[in-house]
Design a protein around this ligand. Structure first.
Ligand code: GLY
Ligand code: MN
Ligand code: MN
Length: 455
């Protein structure tokens, strides 16, 4: 059986004539003194081999005759260290369980890597990663010192990220399943947050509830720091302090998503703290929602994220013009970019193992030509228009000052258009207000595995 990992490795190596890819795992990062942040695997390493340990190294090699060899270096077994820090797989079990041909202890990288790379002239690695550069440099120097070794030395160093990132653009079925599961947990989290919100509740309580729910079932917690932004905090695009008490009459913007099998969801909902939009809030909310609908009408195979952003920006710019906030014709507004004062970010980004998935937006066609990536079946991305009005902006009607609204969903292209995998999360005004009246306990009781909540 060809596993997902083997198929991805083969696809990657299918893109080159011959050469080798150096793909390191993540390392633990110090939090303070001798404590570390929770481990988060490197997305490319996860994608190509699915191994969850730190300090490992994957080398994928394609010989000139087209044959493929996969090497994995792992932490050695060490009962004393394992007693403190957890069981390691070790090279024997790694060889049995993972899609590789040879496994070694990572203590042997310096000795073995030059040998593996002997005869390879094209070497692909992440040029932005100092440790990869160091490793490649050392191995290449060792090889060039071996005068008797007549085989070609790595003489061409190529950046691996564009090729590897391009592969990640189109999601396979197991990736789509993980993203759908993450979306489901995000749905529960958003509904619970709507039910819990009321004046006097602190952003921190909502944030904690989201984290708790994102850890249910196969959830691995939030895919990124949740943004729980009451009132004017919504004007700070990446607000993560999450410690203000929610106020009567304010909106609450939540940008949060669960992670499953390292795959992210990324959703934003904006709703009234007290459960009922004011007329002015509803009016503004509808403008953003309409711009998201305009964006979605443009999501067709062959279109680009750039053209979707243009359509969305035009819809928002038209609303800003009609409201008397921006002056000039629509063409002038688009030309000068004056709408960016109130809509300063893009409409969407690739989504997958990383919340801002590490895939290109432009493809190098050769001959100095770059072209936008066109949407294809299996591509996953967000759609997240918003409007943000500073509290002291005299160009904005006073009823809208100090308000920030964003609405964000996760989409996957299919053969006939797209699937909105977060569409079940309340979004229309009536649905949102109903969800705000929801009963938190009954939402929690619906989850099958709740260790802490009394049923
Ligand atoms: N949560 C970050 C973003 O929406 O891009
Ligand atoms: Mn987001
Ligand atoms: Mn996003």
């Amino acid at each position: 059986m060809v596993t997902d990992f083997k198929s991805r490795q083969e696809k990657l190596l299918g893109r080159i004539d011959h050469g080798a890819f150096i793909i390191p795992s993540a390392k633990l990062k110090t939090k303070s003194n001798d404590t570390e942040f929770p481990f988060r695997q490197n997305s490319f390493f996860k994608y190509f081999v699915g191994f969850e340990e730190d300090n490992a190294l994957l080398v994928l090699k394609k010989e000139r005759d087209g044959s493929i060899r996969r090497f994995l270096f792992v932490e050695p077994k060490d009962p004393t260290l394992e007693m403190w820090a957890g069981i390691r797989l070790g090279k024997e079990r790694a060889l049995e369980l993972l899609e590789v041909d040879e496994t070694y202890n990572n203590t042997d990288i310096e000795e073995k890597l030059p040998h593996i790379l002997s005869g390879v002239s094209e070497l692909y690695f992440n040029h932005y990663d100092p440790e990869s550069r160091e490793m490649v440099l050392k191995a290449s120097q060792t090889l060039s010192r071996q005068r008797k070794n007549k085989s070609p030395k790595p003489h061409s160093w190529k950046h691996s990220l564009p090729l590897m990132g391009e592969l990640r653009l189109v999601k396979d079925q197991s990736e789509i399943q993980a993203m759908k599961k993450a979306a489901k947990l995000t749905d529960v989290g958003m509904r619970a947050a709507m039910a819990l919100s009321r004046p006097g509740v602190n952003e921190k309580e909502i944030n904690t509830l989201l984290t708790y729910l994102f850890n249910q079932e196969q959830g691995e917690g939030p895919a990124y720091d949740s943004i729980v932004a009451g009132g004017e905090n919504a004007l700070i695009l990446h607000y993560i302090n999450n410690n203000m008490t929610l106020k009567e009459g304010d909106l609450l913007l939540i940008d949060a998503g669960a992670q499953v099998n390292t795959y992210a969801s990324d959703v934003t909902r904006t709703f009234p703290v007290n459960g009922k939009f004011t007329e002015a809030q509803a009016e503004l909310y509808s403008l953003v929602l309409d711009s998201q609908k305009a964006a979605m009408a443009h999501m067709k195979i062959g279109n680009t994220l750039g053209s979707i952003h243009l359509e969305t920006s035009k819809a928002l710019a038209t609303s800003l013009k009609d409201a008397g906030i921006l002056s000039g014709s629509l063409d002038e507004i688009m030309e000068t970019g004056s709408y960016r004062t109130y809509y300063p970010h893009g409409t969407g980004h690739w989504l997958g193992l990383d919340v801002h998935d590490e895939s290109p937006y432009l493809i190098d066609e050769g001959n100095d030509t770059l072209s936008d990536v066109c949407l294809e079946e299996g591509m996953a991305f967000t759609c997240e228009p918003g409007l943000y009005f500073p509290a002291d902006d005299k160009n904005v009607p006073s009823k809208w000052r100090g308000i920030g609204i964003r609405i964000e969903d996760d989409l996957i292209m299919n053969e006939s258009g797209f699937t909105n995998i977060t569409s079940s999360i309340p979004k229309e005004i009536k649905e949102v207000e109903e969800a705000c009246q929801g009963d938190l306990k009954s939402i929690l009781n619906k989850l099958e595995t709740l260790p802490l909540m009394a049923k």
